[in-house]
Design a protein around this ligand. Sequence first.
Ligand code: ZN
Length: 203
Amino acid sequence: MGFQMFTARCVRASRDAKGTGVAGSPPPVNAASAVARLVLTPEAWTAVAQHAASRPSEEVCGMLIGAGEGGAARVARIIPSRNVADPSERGRRFLMEPRDVLDVERTLRGGPERLLGFYHSHPDGTAEPSALDTAYMTLWPATAWLIVPMGPMGAGGTARTPRAWLLEAEAASPSRTNAPPGAPGQAALRELVIEGLPTRCPL
Ligand SMILES: [Zn+2]
């Protein structure tokens, strides 16, 4: 399927669904279905953890920027974004402004870096995709989703060991392009190995 079709669907979904997620055109990740590892630089992970810890009671979110090669998505840096969900809901979902994503894609166009995926935090301490996360991952197959569980609030909202997930590209096969987000299908959620985490979280 073409990216144009995908773009239209993503934008429509972002308007129709008041849920968690991001919208825009999908990032062109090379050989994305073969991606098995998410490689973080220490600086990238520290930035994610600090962003999450800055608002421990809310889901924070942002973009993972770098290069995809050799079965690995190599995150060189992150771009924090805004959670524009209703303030009363930010503790359990995030919503990125589509314009923020599109602006980043535009900036990266023609350069060596790509939008590899997204990160967000879970104040409830889980590191698995929620139902809303999974629904939106169907709009962004083959992109890495890094989920950062937060520690107990009493511990100061510490970012704990994250997990990374990817929805196999088959989830976006043309036969399913008219399916709503989260529709049952053959989508295969796969966990990625994360490399580059410190033995101890930096915060
Ligand atoms: Zn989530």
